[in-house]
Every structure is written in C-alpha cells, then in structure tokens.
Design a protein around this ligand. Structure first.
Ligand code: ZN
Ligand code: ZN
Length: 442
C-alpha cells in the first residue's frame, strides 16, 4: 500500500493531527519533523483531489477537513461546499498541538530556581492515549519508530534544552521534569547531592541523627518544650547546617557507616559518612570551604574531615561495609568488687581472636529484630585505674555491642568480660577510637 492509500485509510477511520499522522510514517523519511511530514501527506492528498468533482473525491476532502487540513477546507469552499468542522485528534486529543508550548512555559519558571547541567523530561499521559496508538499500529500494520510519549519528551526536551542551554541525560540527570500535558502541570525531581566525609564527636549527649520527641512525633508538645525534639542537637544537624546554607537544600540526611551510642565519643580519624543534601538549589560548592565552616559551626561538639563528592552507589557500599569493618574502642569498665592483676591478665588472654554470640541487647530490642549475631573480639588491653576501675582498649568486629560484651546483658552476650572473671562489670564510658576503612575509599 502506498503512503497515500494508507494515510487516507487511517484518516477515514480516525481524525488525526499533523503530529500524530506524521508519526505513523516516522520510519519513511528522516530529516523532517512528524508535524511537517503529517501536514505534507495531508496536503499531497488534498492537492491530488483538488480538481476532481466526483462524489468520492469530495467526501475524501471532507475527511481531510475533519483532520484540520486547510488546503482541503479551501478547496471545498472554492467548490461552494461547506467544509466539515475539524475534530479532535484520535490519538492525542490535540494535546500535542495545544499543550506543548504551555508545558514549556510552565517548566521555565520552575527550573529557574535550580542550578543544573543535565535534565530529563518525563511525560505522563492517560492510559487510553497510549492504547489508542497501539491499537492503530496493529490495525494498519504501522511500522513507526516513535510513539506519542517519546514525541512529547523530545519536543519539550529539545525546546527546553535549547532555551536554557542544558543537556538531556537519560542515566543520571540533575533534574527529572515530570510533565502532565493534559493538565499542564509539572513536577520536579531533583537529584540529591552526596558528600563523603568523616566525623568526630566530642559530646556524650549528642545522637548521630535527629531524634524527634517520642510523645508528639515532632509536632511539638509540653514534654519537648515545643521543639518537637527529644535531643536539641545531633551530629546530623551540626553537619548539615552549613551545607544547607551553601546549597539552599531542603534538608540533610546523614548516612553513617554504623552509629555510636548517644553517650559514646567518636574519636581517632572519625566515622565515615555520606551527607545527602535533598533538593539542592545550588550544586557547585567548594567542599574545602564547607569543611572549614562546618568545623567552625560545630566547634567543641563535632568536627569533619576528608570531604569529597560521593554518590548513591558509594552510600550503599558504606552501609553494607559498616557491619564488617574492624573497630577499636576505649571503655571505662567498673567492677562490682575489686579485680586482681591475675583477673585482668585472664581477660586479656581470653579475648584474643575470640568469637562471641550476641543476642540483640535488651536496650535496642524495640528497634532491632531479636536474633543472635556472631562477632569476633580481636583483643582487649587493660590498664588499671583503681581497685574497681579499668580502662579497656577493645578491638572487635563492626556491629558488636561493646557495652554488652562487658556486662553480658543477662547472658544474652556470651562469653562476656563479666562472665570470664565472675564479677559483675558495667561500661561507664565508651569512646570509638578507630574505624577501619574497609571497602570505603578514604
Ligand atoms: Zn495528535
Ligand atoms: Zn514533643
């Protein structure tokens, strides 16, 4: 079947705009637009029919007229016949003709507030739109190379890219612009920024992440003095503060490689983390400057180092590596009665590459599933402070609960320091001295 015959056959059943008709023949010729191709095909048919006066030709001109072809309309008028009114395009309901420009005009002021280099257009259309095109393809054996959605994305993306001098990126765009042509609405999805760093913590009252008030769940109540927070500050809030100022982001999320207890210090070279900035308006910032201003802001409470750009992939690796990397702690251990030199030696000797079984501690059982974890204790080195106090330097697997390794947690951790010498022991202070890098690039 010729293009002429096929196009006419389609238009006899379905009125169609220039875009949608042209798209059905998108494999025929390149180097032109669907819109132009569609209008050329309609004009060619109208021209071929223009000198005929037989009934069949007149009705075919009327068919073109319902698909909004001006040449056919004028020819009919010239012949003293009233052309039929245009009907809406069967596939796109005229959205391509009528909505493309307004979508572009809706996008421009929205993205103006964001710094970005790359973007991607997404178009959401009612299911029926796409089904109509699919049915047509089967009915007329169309071998088109593009569909309605792609045409929208390409038209809008091309124009926005030209107007703003930005590139389309299908893999990892800075902004995804979701459009709904039917309602002329758009929705932006901004790629988060990821910053790698290490933090140290110098306060025993500072949680790693935000800690909302348990009673009001953050809304504010008498219990929390209407702050919505159980703890007024966290490492997360101290680390995000300057970053949010520079990026004009919505919020920061601190993803730590594990976490220390609220009352444990984090010392040594610090704990690796990735700071995620959600909805940043500014993407190019000086990380050295950020590191400095963050350290100024967190003075006496926390500091950060090793800042560099990171990614979502690294964030995933960091989380999974945290469970297996070696860690070194300093613990202040208090015994219920005085300990002898012999007993101290016993502890040191016993905990050399010693596997332990740790059932989820009672104190965290409300938020972690109750199971027994196998962990390694590589070494415990003790320094006596007085009769009942020792300082213990403990090297063990990541994810090992050190307070419970000391106390035994009612036999939920076995063996424990308490059990080995038969004297009740508790951890009075805990500091993280070193977190091995593991698979994380330092
Ligand atoms: Zn259409
Ligand atoms: Zn509250």
């Amino acid at each position: 079947m010729t293009i002429y015959d096929k196009a006419l056959k389609i238009l006899k059943s379905y009125p169609m705009c220039d875009f949608c008709l042209g798209r059905q023949f998108s494999n025929v010729s390149t180097g032109t637009t669907n819109k132009h191709r569609g209008s050329v095909i309609k004009d060619f048919i109208a021209l071929s029919l223009s000198e005929d006066t037989i009934e069949k030709s007149l009705s075919e001109l009327q068919i073109l007229s319902t698909s909004n072809n001006n040449l056919a309309k004028n020819t009919l008028k010239r012949k003293g016949i009233l052309p039929e009114n245009s009907r809406k395009c069967y596939i796109c309901q005229d959205t391509l003709t009528k909505q493309t420009e307004s979508i572009i005009q809706a996008i421009l002021p929205e993205v103006e507030n964001y710094e970005f280099e790359t973007f991607l257009i997404g178009t959401s259309l009612p299911k029926e739109f796409l089904e109509r095109e699919k049915n047509l393809k089967e009915e007329y054996n169309v071998t088109q190379t593009e569909y309605l959605k792609q045409e929208f994305n390409r038209l809008i993306g091309g124009k926005v890219g030209d107007l703003l001098s930005k590139e389309t990126d299908f893999k990892s765009p800075d902004i995804v612009i979701e459009t709904s042509p039917l309602t002329s609405t758009i929705d932006l999805k901004i790629k988060s920024l990821y910053i790698y760093g290490r933090y140290r913590k110098y306060l025993r009252t500072l949680p790693q992440t935000r800690w909302p008030c348990w009673k009001c769940k953050g809304r504010g109540c008498d219990e929390c003095n209407h702050t919505g927070k159980k703890h007024q500050e966290s490492v997360e809030e101290l680390v995000e503060y300057e970053a949010l100022k520079l990026t004009n982001g919505y919020k920061g999320v601190l993803h730590g490689a594990g976490r220390e207890d609220i009352d444990a210090l984090m010392l040594g070279t610090g704990r690796p983390f990735v700071l995620e900035i959600v909805n940043p308006k500014v993407r190019t910032i000086d990380l050295l400057e950020l590191e400095e201003s963050t350290n100024e802001y967190g003075k006496g409470k926390i500091d950060v180092s090793k800042y560099r750009w990171s990614s979502k992939d690294e964030l995933r690796d960091l989380k999974s590596a945290a469970e297996t990397t070696k860690k070194k702690y300093r613990a202040l251990v208090v015994f219920e009665q005085s300990v002898s030199e012999k007993q101290i030696n016993e502890i040191e000797k016993f905990f050399q590459n010693r596997p332990i079984d740790q059932r989820t501690p009672q104190r965290v059982s409300h938020r972690r599933s109750d199971l027994v974890r196998k962990k390694m204790v590589f070494s415990v080195q003790c320094t006596r402070i007085d009769e009942t106090h020792i300082e213990a330097i403990i090297t063990c697997d990541g994810g090992c609960y050190v307070k419970e390794l000391i106390s035994g947690d009612n036999d939920r951790t076995k063996p424990s320091i308490s059990e080995v010498i038969g004297i009740e022991a508790t951890c009075k202070e805990l500091d993280v001295l070193e977190i091995q890098d593991g698979s994380i690039k330092a």
